[in-house]
Write a protein that binds this ligand. Structure first.
Ligand SMILES: Cc1cc2nc3c(=O)[nH]c(=O)nc-3n(C[C@H](O)[C@H](O)[C@H](O)COP(=O)(O)OP(=O)(O)OC[C@H]3O[C@@H](n4cnc5c(N)ncnc54)[C@H](O)[C@@H]3O)c2cc1C
Length: 493
């Protein structure tokens, strides 16, 4: 396929994965990225000796990364050292009321038993079921392009679907096993942070608890952007040409086929395009109306995952009492969820998350300093300005200080905020979403925005707004599936 010109839009994980695989097939691949560095939502910000991963910080599902690198005859260890965090993370319920989640499953069972007598046995069966879901989901479902429901008309798969519990909610499922609010919150946190309230999330997503508690929380030494570096190096080794600062402004279509894409620099002819930029933006802004997959009404009707307010904070002291990942669950979970989903507004009493990679990795800060990443989920589409951001920084710092007993406000020597307006400006993110669509049943598999362009033969979508969904591992898989579909198409033309 050496004469096939493939254009990939967006150097996020999905675009990088798709581009490298298309180049491996022998295509002539150009990857166009509007920003000045690759990685998309996983870019890095460095200043005054501090390094911050700007987006993802939880390295879950290490098998997905290993499998992706193996497609190119590589291993994760060829690119970075992966460290399993122990404890994986800490949850603060109040001052002096916290739990650390150990890496070893038998220690997690003891922890559960201490909180709710009898719960360790229940955890075993909860996780056994979660493992089945993970293995079925990751084995068969996740690699389906989901062009249509027909892909799921397979007796064996239908039988397996029952074990996936698509029609039960995560909230009900968790409460069938556990009563103590600390345990239910702990098991529901992955879905809250990844989009949608547990009441609206299918119990399928308890597979995330298997990823969390059994497969574990890892950290690539140097930071999450090491994954991006590795994927860029693989893509370039395969021959992909990566053009940064190159924004696609139009996809030019004739008679149902993309002819070329226009950018702020020049035009690129294309035999096939894979769009890894935010789906809504490509569909509604880069393509002429008759060729769009969806209407404005369709997009307005989508339920988005939360956006977030992030503060990157450098402090000139060591903070002994926190862990690498810290969840502040000292306020009402339900109220915050309501402020995100049912009645979107800046939250009254938010939960938030603090990541401090310098606890594990001294290379990301100057000596005797720490890098703190405060993240607070917020509703997409709400108002955003510097005054509100500062107000919430003060709120988070005051709760952080009260709960951890660590004073930091006088030690801040670097700070930068990031929220809705930045997501829109940097990634053309629809309503400033951070992680794409919410993981509700109505937005699962073939009910998600389609990977295939319905009215354009040689255009595919990839990334967190299409299948399989949000998160770094799913974005990589999305790129793999798009490349597989693109290869099928090109082999047949
Ligand atoms: C704050 C935050 C925290 C997160 N935490 C985690 C976590 O801990 N663990 C986890 O697994 N996942 C996490 N996620 C989710 C994960 O980061 C994303 O799902 C994933 O990175 C999305 O990859 P993508 O390729 O779909 O899209 P993106 O990363 O958004 O890539 C799309 C690219 O397209 C580019 N682009 C847009 N428009 C154009 C254009 N017109 N021309 C050219 N290029 C264009 C953008 O600049 C961008 O680089 C987090 C996300 C955020 C925002």
């Amino acid at each position: 396929m050496s004469n096939k010109r493939v254009i990939v839009i967006g150097a996020g994980f999905s675009g990088l994965a798709a581009a490298a695989l298309m180049a491996k097939e022998g295509c002539d691949v150009t990857l166009l990225e509007k920003n000045d560095q690759p990685g998309g939502r996983a870019r890095v910000w460095e200043k005054d000796g501090f390094r911050f991963d700007m987006g993802p910080s939880w390295y879950w599902m290490p098998d997905v990364f290993e499998n992706h690198f193996a497609l190119f005859g590589k291993k994760v260890s060829d690119f970075y050292e992966l460290k399993r965090l122990d404890p994986g993370y800490r949850v603060y319920f109040d001052k002096e009321d916290l739990i650390d989640i150990p890496a070893k499953i038998d220690e997690i069972e003891i922890l559960f038993e201490n909180i709710e007598p009898g719960s360790s046995k229940k955890l075993q069966s909860f996780l056994a079921q979660a493992e089945t879901k993970y293995k079925t989901g990751m084995g068969e479902y996740v690699f389906k392009p989901s062009h249509s429901i027909a892909e799921y008309f397979d007796f064996d798969l239908i039988k397996k679907s029952f074990s996936l519990q698509l029609l039960t909610s995560m909230s009900k499922h968790v409460r069938k096993y556990f009563k103590h609010p600390k345990l239910t919150q702990l098991l529901e946190f992955p879905v809250l942070f990844l989009g949608a309230v547990p009441q609206n999330t299918p119990a399928l997503y308890s597979m995330m608890n298997y990823a969390d508690l059994v497969l574990g929380t890892w950290y690539p030494m140097g930071g999450m952007h090491k994954i991006v570096k590795a994927m860029v190096s693989i893509a370039e080794e395969q021959g992909v040409q990566i053009k940064l600062d190159t924004e696609v402004t139009k996809i030019n279509i004739k008679n149902g086929y993309v002819q070329s894409v226009s950018t702020n620099k020049s035009d690129y002819p294309a035999d096939l395009v894979i769009a890894g930029a935010d789906y809504e933006y490509v569909d509604q802004h880069l393509i002429d109306e008759p060729y769009r997959n969806y209407s404005k009404k369709y997009w307005d009707g989508r339920s988005l995952s939360p956006s977030c307010l992030i503060w990157y904070i450098g402090v000139n002291k060591k903070i002994e009492s926190i862990q690498h990942h810290n969840l502040f669950f000292d306020e009402d979970f339900e109220q915050h969820a309501e402020d995100i989903y049912s009645d979107p507004k800046w939250p009254q009493k938010p939960l938030f998350y603090v990541c401090c990679t310098s606890k594990t990795d001294p290379t990301v800060v100057p000596e005797n300093c720490e890098n703190l990443f405060f993240l607070m989920p917020i509703a997409p589409g709400i108002e955003d300005d510097e005054a509100i951001r500062r107000q919430y920084l003060d709120l988070m710092i005051s709760r952080f200080e009260k709960i951890t007993g660590e004073k930091i406000s006088e030690n801040i020597i670097l700070k930068r905020s990031y929220a809705l307006n930045d997501f829109k400006a940097d990634y053309h993110s629809f309503k400033g979403n951070a992680y794409g669509l919410a993981n509700t049943l109505k937005q699962t598999a073939f009910l998600k925005p389609a990977m295939r362009a319905k009215k354009i033969k040689n255009l595919l979508y990839t990334g967190q707004l299409t299948v399989p969904g949000p998160g770094v591992p799913p974005a990589i898989i999305s790129g793999q599936v798009a490349a597989q579909e693109a290869t099928k198409y090109l082999r047949n033309v």
